[in-house]
Ligand binder design. Structure first.
Ligand code: IGP
Length: 395
């Protein structure tokens, strides 16, 4: 029998500190076939023999009379139901590894579960799985109650959508969301001498309506410090927190760091997630940019009440291929009619490098554009904006 030894505990200690959520324990115990409990540091630890053939996503956690296991079983069932709902909406990205995170930390030990199901299928899934682990740590450090207190002293929100509309009316060109982006998994480091505040100032000077600030550290070398520093530097452009949002906690956190808008990615979030999160955004005064890449995602999002801002990503986040004709394909006559009726602003995202690219997506119907690479690579990002639009849009 092929198998690996695994050490787990129902209430695990996270990589850096403290106790993680019971949900984490569900997935850690899912693949068990035999258990051997022992007590250590006040926590239950189980040595488990994992048979890779048993590590299927359809195997529930072992049933026992203990309260812990009953709760785990319930949570496992809820997780399965959520997966079914997501699948019925065409969402293939799994929120977390089916049999637990790839790295398990138990006291001084660290081991890797050898199960095929624990290998992410693509880069977006890898990012999402990592975000899940990251979030468990952040939430321990800053529980929601403490964020709510921080909201009282957060700087007020500015009108993100209003700024895009005003810029478009002023220039007759799509309003620009210029992205403060040091690196990406597909392109590597885009700019070595990366000073986020200086770049943000240059973007504002060059006529950007709004700014997008990457906050993901591991894959984009961004940070919330960058977001807060740009906000604190007195930049007037409203700020989009460019993050992989999977939990409402992140909306509150973004707001405490000075965000005026957040990104919600439809290939990761179910309709219910999007509805729930846009409601919270409204309460917090945040604009929500809901990002789609496929026709199906576009139709899902157009069917949700209250969406004001839809981004069409020309980059497939699963393969990283970029094709700006995606914007045109998704904006057919039927969808354009719905968009007009609902007063939605469409943002063309990614892969825009020349005035011809801007004209192409404007012609397809976008009223705003989100641009990173082509601006960040310019020695002077303000001049980069003029080059991208074929004219000075700062006046
Ligand atoms: O650098 P580009 O090709 O101009 O792309 C900018 C922006 O659209 C891209 O960074 C982006 C769009 N959606 C995302 C979601 C997550 C991270 C990044 C993104």
């Amino acid at each position: 029998m092929e198998g690996v030894m695994a050490l787990m505990r129902p209430m695990p200690v996270s990589p850096k500190q403290g106790v993680t959520s019971p949900r984490t324990s569900v997935r850690r115990s899912t693949p068990c076939i035999s258990t051997d409990f022992s007590k250590r540091n006040g926590c239950l630890i189980r040595a488990q023999q994992l048979d890779s053939t048993e590590a299927s996503t359809t195997v529930p956690p072992p049933v026992s009379d203990s309260k812990d296991n009953a709760l785990q079983l319930k949570e496992w069932e809820v997780g399965k139901l959520q997966e079914k709902v997501a699948a019925s909406q065409g969402i293939t990205i799994r929120r977390r590894p089916p049999t637990g995170p790839p790295q398990h930390y138990v006291g001084p030990f660290e081991f890797r579960i050898q199960s095929e199901g624990n290998t992410p299928r693509n880069i977006l899934e890898e990012i999402i799985w990592h975000k899940d682990v990251e979030l468990a740590q952040w939430k321990e450090r800053k529980p929601l109650v403490s964020l709510k207190k921080a909201l009282d002293v957060a700087p007020p929100t500015r009108d993100f959508i209003g700024a895009l509309r005003a810029a478009q009316q002023r220039t007759g060109l799509p309003g620009l969301i210029a992205e403060v982006k040091k690196a990406s998994p597909s392109r590597g480091v885009l700019r070595e001498d990366f000073n986020p505040v200086e770049i943000a100032k240059a973007y504002e000077k060059g006529g950007a309506a709004c700014l997008s600030v990457l906050t993901d550290e591991k894959f984009f070398q961004g940070s919330y410090e960058n977001l807060a520093a740009i906000r604190d530097a007195g930049i007037k452009c409203p700020l989009l927190c460019k993050e992989f949002i999977v939990e409402a906690w992140q909306l509150f956190y973004a707001r405490t760091k000075g965000a005026d808008a957040v990104l919600l990615i439809a290939s990761v979030l179910t309709d219910l997630d999007i509805k729930y999160m846009t409601k919270i955004c409204k309460i917090l005064g945040l604009a929500a940019l809901v990002e789609v890449h496929t026709e199906r995602e576009m139709d899902r999002v157009l069917g949700i009440e209250g969406i004001q801002l839809v981004g069409i990503n020309n980059r497939d986040l699963e393969t990283f291929t970029v094709d700006i004709s995606n914007t045109r394909n998704l904006l057919d006559a039927r969808r354009t009619k719905i968009i007009r009726e609902k007063g939605i602003i469409v943002v063309g995202e990614s892969g825009l490098f020349t005035p011809a690219d801007i004209a192409y997506v404007q012609d397809a119907g976008v009223e705003a554009v989100l641009v990173g690479e082509s601006l960040i690579k310019q020695p002077d990002p303000a001049e980069g904006i003029a080059k991208l639009f074929g004219k000075d849009i700062s006046i």
